[in-house]
Design a protein around this ligand. Sequence first.
Ligand code: FMN
Length: 356
Amino acid sequence: MLRFLYKKVLKPVLFLFDPEAIHHLFVRVGELCGRFAPGRGLVRLFYGARHDASRTVDGITYTNPVVLAAGFDYNARLTQILHSVAFGGVEVGSVTARPCPGNEPPRMTRAIRSQSLIVYKGLKNEGVDVIIERLQKRPLQKGLILGISIAMTNDEGCATLEGAIDDYHTSLKKLVAADLGDYYTINISCPNVYGGENFTHPGRLRQLLATLSDVDPGRPVYAKLPINIELDALDELLDIVHEFGLQGVVIGNLNKDYDTLDHREEAPEEYRGGLSGKPCRDPSTELIRHARQRMGPDFTIIGCGGILSADDALEKLDAGADLLQLISGMIFEGPHLMKDIARAIAHRDTQQRLPP
Ligand SMILES: Cc1cc2nc3c(=O)[nH]c(=O)nc-3n(C[C@H](O)[C@H](O)[C@H](O)COP(=O)(O)O)c2cc1C
């Protein structure tokens, strides 16, 4: 019923309007509902998880291994409502040391037939100081795990290597000093920023992680990797992440290859933003499978990209993911998706526990 209403009634109306405006509207409505118990209760009534799919990863227990990926709640406004929509966690941000106004609009375009968003946000966010203040003022919703994604400010100050490293370092130090977040993700793979993906280069990644290692984060730290990457290059990044004592990786970020769209004509001729959704699904799953084989069982892999159904979620878990992240599935399929995934995982857990 919820699926039908979203796909046949609400979505066709919402998709008539500018994607960024709708995103903004949903964040405001979600923020308002989160403030009051009746708002949270009503949302939970429709969208709350009814099945136990809990997982403990790096000492943190998630009621559902599905986390809202970085980029949706970039200013940390939804930390009081997302558990009512069956999310086990939220990764707020990416946050940067200074506020970022974002790239020139349009920052989001729908490629509807390809089930993808073309994202050219450019790390728009209010900056780490404002986000810390907001998180300190608002108690986190019970049951929701808080991840914080850290990226470098999208401006000329980060055009030099030193400037960019200092930017990550500043945000990390401030977050640790404020004792906020259950885990951190270092986003080294945003495709739409000043200077490009600087830190997917092994030498520069080493320099970044060496500098960050003088901060004791006191919680797990992950690196978010690109998905347009050869396996040899992935291996190198995985080894560096492991060498510097990070607990794992998020695989991965947006897809830069427009030829992976089911309908290439839905994207502009020239590159203008990364693709989310379906074009990320198979490449990220393949990288997850490879990373699991290479890194063994004691390394955390968070699977992200193109989870549009419960089957997609199970496929990522089968490939070796410990946790899952998504955004586009919630937009294209509807907010019941997370509860559907929790149900599918819980059923599978039960089957696996049954004697043969
Ligand atoms: C509107 C939008 C903004 C995003 N911004 C960020 C960001 O700030 N930091 C980040 O690490 N990833 C960002 N991403 C990438 C997502 O976290 C995720 O890796 C990608 O969308 C693939 O997941 P999906 O197919 O479930 O959407 C963004 C994605 C979208 C759709």
